[in-house]
Ligand binder design. Structure first.
Ligand SMILES: C[S@@+](CC[C@H](N)C(=O)[O-])C[C@H]1O[C@@H](n2cnc3c(N)ncnc32)[C@H](O)[C@@H]1O
Length: 304
């Protein structure tokens, strides 16, 4: 606080000096206590300062962020700006983020960059081994815990609980404060040959059923009142649009999550089809009566 308190001495008839304190009112600055909601650190008293935090349902990122420890070696990862936006809105410093499809660990890298912690579950052991190298031994103790498990399983749940107990011990946290679900988009990209892999389902119905089991584990591990994000795109099969996003949203709602937002994320920054491939898709679209996907969804849910 920048307060000026001065003293003047007035001499009256050269007798006893009278001491008068002077407080200049215009020098007093009232510093308000930050006004925040329970699930983030945004100071609502200074809401105009958060121009970088998105509040609209159309997210456009012209390029993928490559700084801050991020690389783009994994086909099927999301761009780091998604994690940044989500953490700003739905987490506080030191919160524990749970990611049940960890992949190349984008959510974990960004958690560290932003002073959050992360537990990442991934099915493929080689991927877990690779991702662990992105973190220092100290970070692997205090900030990021990687778990190799099938996220649909009870085994995964037990390992997650053990990791939360270690990370949250000091603050008495026994659940995660934010959940990220970025599943395979059904069979669009095949991640492994494992039968537990959601990209290996025999049908889209089976995909929804397995996704529902992962989401149930996430629901159980998430603190009440907190938020979850589902990042997913749709697909075409047998000449028709298969709305994977809305199918998975229905699974989230069945569990008790309420839907807070359906955000359309422009995919131009991370699409790979260029040149001849892009032309081929344009030809196919014109010939087949469909449209080329340029968006995916970031859906926001709350456990109430
Ligand atoms: C779309 S990628 C996630 C990418 C991640 N968000 C990133 O930025 O790197 C989906 C991941 O889920 C994993 N996966 C598939 N089925 C799984 C399961 N049953 N349990 C855990 N992970 C699974 C795949 O191996 C793949 O790495």
């Amino acid at each position: 606080m920048n307060t000026a308190i001065g003293i003047t001495v007035t001499i009256q008839n050269t007798k006893t000096p009278v001491v008068e304190p002077i407080i200049k009112p215009f020098d007093l600055q009232i510093v308000k206590a930050p006004k925040t909601v329970k699930y983030n650190d945004i100071n609502l008293n200074e809401w105009r300062e958060y121009g970088h935090v998105k509040t609209d349902t159309l997210w456009e990122f012209p390029t993928r962020l490559r700084e801050g420890g991020h690389s783009n070696e994994y086909h099927g990862n999301f761009i780091p700006q998604i994690a940044q936006q989500l953490y700003e809105r739905f987490t506080k410093k030191n919160d524990i983020v749970l990611d049940l499809f960890f992949g190349s660990g984008t959510s974990g890298i960004e958690a560290i960059n932003m002073g959050r912690r992360c537990i990442g579950v991934e099915l493929k052991q080689e991927q877990v081994d690779f991702v662990e190298q992105k973190f220092t031994p100290e970070q692997r103790v205090t900030d990021v815990r990687t778990i190799c498990a099938d996220s649909t399983s009870e085994d995964a749940k037990e390992k997650i609980q053990a990791a939360i107990d270690i990370l949250g011990k000091e603050e008495g946290k026994d659940k995660a404060q934010f959940l990220i679900l970025h599943p395979p988009y059904d069979d669009i990209i095949k991640f492994s040959d494992k039968k537990e892999d959601l990209s290996n389902c025999a049908s889209t119905q089976e995909f929804y059923e397995m996704f529902g089991r992962v989401a149930k584990n996430g629901y159980d591990m998430l603190e009440k009142g907190r938020f979850a994000a589902l990042i997913i795109g749709d697909k075409y099969a047998n000449s028709q649009h298969i709305p994977l996003g809305f199918g998975c949203m229905a699974k989230m709602n069945e569990l008790g999550f309420i839907t807070k937002a359906i955000i359309i994320k422009d995919m131009q920054g991370n699409e790979r089809a260029k040149g001849k491939t892009a032309n081929l898709w344009r030809y196919r679209a014109l010939a087949g009566g469909f449209y080329i996907f340029k968006h995916e969804y970031v859906m926001i849910f709350q456990k109430v």
